[in-house]
Design a protein around this ligand. Structure first.
Ligand SMILES: Nc1ncnc2c1ncn2[C@@H]1O[C@H](COP(=O)(O)OP(=O)(O)OP(=O)(O)O)[C@@H](O)[C@H]1O
Length: 782
């Protein structure tokens, strides 16, 4: 500051007559004490100050040293000091401050002040800090009309009085006082911040309609959260260190973002539901509450309060949120994945599974038709009917259940009715492909149910709830799914009532699931291969029947049968010359229509490079065996295994079978897939060549010419330098015709049956198949 300005300033200060001269003088004095005798004067001053401190009396001189913040007075006419800060001076008597009427900020913490009546003379005071004093008189002064912030923490105030005159008060801190009741604040219409931690408050009261944004009542004796519902602006609430047991009372505080309930007595996770709909709630502290003892406490709370970002002073991670949802409200996919994982794990723990397999090939899992729909929609009846009418194609896959039989149900026909213990044992023995709980009972589709049908050369037809479909979709099976859905709810309900098996609750549950089915169908196009309305059972059956006929190409077959005495396989396509390739193979393929379909699939399927490599290896082994190098290999090579594969493969060319089956086995090993499935779902070298199950393995003569021929074919496909043992990926690249075969559980690469056409006519179906890549899969032609 330049001398002239300083001088002007001093002039103004010395002109003051209304209570400010002492401070002005003090400051002016300090500015001019530059002479040589000033040191002694200062020394004297210090002695005097000490004396005052002893007395606890504040002097003008002390004040003048601690004034700050020069500014305009409220009238704007004068320059005055606006702030005074005198912390920790052991002051007892501050009455002199009544002369300092222009003060806007007064800080007197850590003194021994009992009387603050001087504040009555400070009409412009905005901030008052009188914490850590000995004040017992709550607001013992005339209200400065602009007083906004007051700190009376750590005093001796035991009761509050009416503060209706303090309409500007925004922040009031009364921590560490012996106050037992909150009162007198009703008219503090600007109060947004109230802190009364460590008082002796027994009940929350006296806060009605206050615009509080922060409320701290930590360390009191509060047992219940009450009388807060009108605090609609509350954002931060600290009720830690009380005796609160419930979160009830917080449910209407929709702006709450932070709740601290540390060291209380909250014990139940369900208490969180009271704050479940506080959508802005981000931080919650339950530390040192009995609730923490609850199993999975953190995940459970995070699940209920999924907006939290910090819990118990620890950030909530994305992983925790996902785990919480997966644990308490898993999606259908997660449930299905878990179900699948469980069964796969148990399967692989079964030693017998390593040696027994029934699949014809990894790429051709058993055919299955799954009827999906809500309970009692008629799917079971339709499944039975279908299996009866098309008994040469479909077999009913009987599930297991722990529920008891209804009247008229047959064990083994409708279900295998088993006790819960047996069902659980079966799970542990890896017997199931899929399980689910419905209506308090377990239901499960066993591998044996599917395999037993496959052994008969039949596609397994099962019915199940939607969850079952999700599970099957995670498995390596490639069923076709038909949704049967009721649209006339009244009829559906009355049908259930007529059956007389169901309680009201069961009916309600079943009805409520109709929408669930419809939603999945709507939201996931292609999830179901076809949808049939099943309000009328007859109509539903004829729709299903028609669908199945198209599916199997039976209509076409019937027409063909009318036209020609020579039956064309359903999956036949026309070769370049215009002739039916499949027809040319008639001599070697089964006449059974389904078998033809199946045969075409298995026989004509494009071999993967790994399979070709496998064939080559085996041919090599044969050659070596023939010259006597490895007789054991020779014997094994031509051993015929216990046949458990579909009998429809029976008339299959045997030599071709050898190649096909062995290649499957080999392809697994070459692809590094060593999970020899206990499931029987991986085709563990099961040459499907027409032996009855249980018959002894036999040794067959070798058709060397065929092997040679295959070798030539293989050579054509392989690039020079690639050995048959080259890695699978290398081979995949090497062979332009290679079809990548996942060949492991969960594979969805190759459906065994063609997709169910949605209401298409058989003719269209056939021709469309020729146009699409599907034809390659179905007919085995590239
Ligand atoms: N393995 C399974 N997986 C999933 N759901 C299944 C399974 N087995 C049966 N379900 C389904 O469980 C539900 C209850 O079966 P339950 O046989 O007890 O019912 P229901 O009253 O006889 O009706 P429905 O005539 O549909 O079988 C049915 O919707 C049924 O299709």
């Amino acid at each position: 500051m330049s001398d002239s300005v300083q001088q002007a300033c001093n002039d103004v200060l010395t002109r003051e007559t209304t209570g400010n001269p002492p401070e002005a003088r003090g400051r002016a004095d300090r500015n001019t004490t530059v002479d040589a005798g000033s040191a002694r004067a200062e020394e004297k001053g210090r002695e005097k100050e000490l004396q005052h401190i002893e007395d606890g009396e504040l002097t003008e001189e002390d004040v003048s040293k601690h004034l700050s913040n020069l500014g305009r007075s409220a009238t704007g006419l004068q320059h005055v000091y606006l702030s005074l800060s005198l912390p920790g001076k052991r002051l007892k008597n501050v009455s002199i401050l009544s002369n300092y009427i222009h003060l806007q900020k007064l800080e007197l913490p850590n003194n021994k002040i009992k009387d603050l009546s001087c504040v009555s003379q400070m009409p412009y005071l905005i901030v008052l800090d009188a914490s850590h004093n000995e004040i017992s008189d709550f607001f013992g002064f005339q209200p400065p009309k602009n007083l906004k912030e007051v700190d009376f923490s750590h005093n001796h105030i035991s009761s509050m009085k009416d503060l209706s005159a303090y309409t500007s008060l925004r922040k009031l801190i009364l921590d560490y006082n012996p106050i037992s009741e909150i009162r007198g604040l009703e008219k503090c219409s600007s109060l947004t911040h109230l802190s009364m931690e460590h008082n002796k408050i027994l009940r929350i009261s006296g806060l009605r309609n206050l615009p509080l944004r922060q409320l701290c009542l930590k360390g009191n004796l509060i047992k219940r959260i009450e009388n807060l519902q009108t605090l609609r602006s509350l954002q931060i609430l600290d009720l830690s260190s009380n005796r609160i047991q419930s979160l009830s009372g917080l449910q209407d505080l929709h702006l709450l973002g932070n709740i601290n309930l540390e060291s209380n007595m909250i014990g139940e996770i369900k208490e969180c539901t009271y704050v479940q709909y506080l959508l802005l709630l981000r931080e919650l502290n339950f530390k040192r509450n009995p609730i923490q003892e609850q199993p999975d406490y953190r995940l459970a709370v995070i699940f209920i309060l999924n907006h939290l970002t910090v819990m118990d002073e620890r950030p909530v991670t994305v992983e925790e949120k996902v785990s919480a949802v997966n644990k308490y409200d898993p999606s259908l996919e997660v449930v299905a994945a878990r179900d699948h994982m469980t069964h796969m794990m148990y399967q692989h723990m079964q030693p017998q599974g390593i040696f027994e397999s029934t699949l014809p090939s990894l790429d051709t899992p058993y055919p299955m038709l799954v009827l999906i729909g809500p309970q009692a929609c008629g799917k079971r009846e339709l499944a039975h009917k279908l299996c009866h009418e098309y008994s040469e194609y479909f077999g009913y896959g009987t599930c297991h259940t722990t529920r008891g039989p209804y009247f008229g149900e047959e064990h083994g026909r409708d279900y295998h009715f088993v006790q819960n213990e047996e069902f659980q044992n079966m799970i542990c023995m890896g017997k199931f492909v899929q399980t689910m709980q419905y209506g308090g009972h377990w239901y499960g589709l066993s591998r044996e149910a599917i395999e037993s049908m496959a052994r008969e050369g039949l596609a397994c037809c099962v019915h199940m709830e939607l969850e079952g479909a999700f599970s099957l979709k995670t498995s390596h099976f490639e069923p076709r799914y038909v949704l049967l859905i009721p649209t006339r709810t009244e009829d559906y309900i009355s049908h259930m009532k007529v059956r007389g098996f169901y309680t009201e609750g069961q009916i309600e549950n079943a009805v409520s699931r109709i929408d669930f089915y419809a939603k999945i169908n709507r939201e996931r196009p292609g999830f179901f291969d076809s949808v049939i309305v099943c309000d009328d059972r007859k109509e539903a059956y004829s729709a299903l029947r028609q669908l199945i006929k198209e599916y199997l190409g039976l209509e076409e077959q019937e027409k063909e049968a009318g036209r020609s005495s020579r039956v064309t396989p359903l999956n036949a396509t026309t070769d370049e010359g215009g002739g039916s390739t499949a027809a040319k193979k008639l001599d070697t393929i089964p006449t059974d229509a389904f078998s033809q379909n199946y045969y075409g699939k298995v026989q004509a399927r494009q071999k993967t490079s790994a399979e070709l490599a496998s064939i080559h290896r085996r041919q090599q082994m044969v050659r070596e065996a023939l010259v006597g190098k490895i007789p054991r290999a020779y014997t094994q090579l031509f051993k015929r295994y216990v046949h458990t594969a579909p009998s429809l493969l029976t008339p299959h060319s045997q030599s071709a079978d050898h190649n096909e089956d062995s290649s499957s086995e080999e392809s697994r090993s070459s692809s590094g897939l060593s999970m020899h499935s206990s499931a029987g779902v991986l085709s563990m070298g099961s040459p499907a060549d027409g032996l009855d199950a249980g018959s002894e393995p036999k040794v067959e003569p070798l058709d060397v010419s065929l092997l040679e021929q295959n070798l030539e074919t293989l050579k054509d496909h392989m690039e020079p330098g690639l050995s048959p043992d080259s890695s699978r990926s290398a081979l995949d690249q090497a062979s332009p015709t290679a079809v990548s075969s996942p060949g492991r559980p969960g594979s969805k690469a190759k459906p065994i049956l063609p997709p169910i056409p949605m209401g298409r006519k058989a003719a269209e179906f056939g021709s469309k198949h020729q146009q699409t890549g599907q034809a390659g899969q179905v007919d085995g032609r590239p």
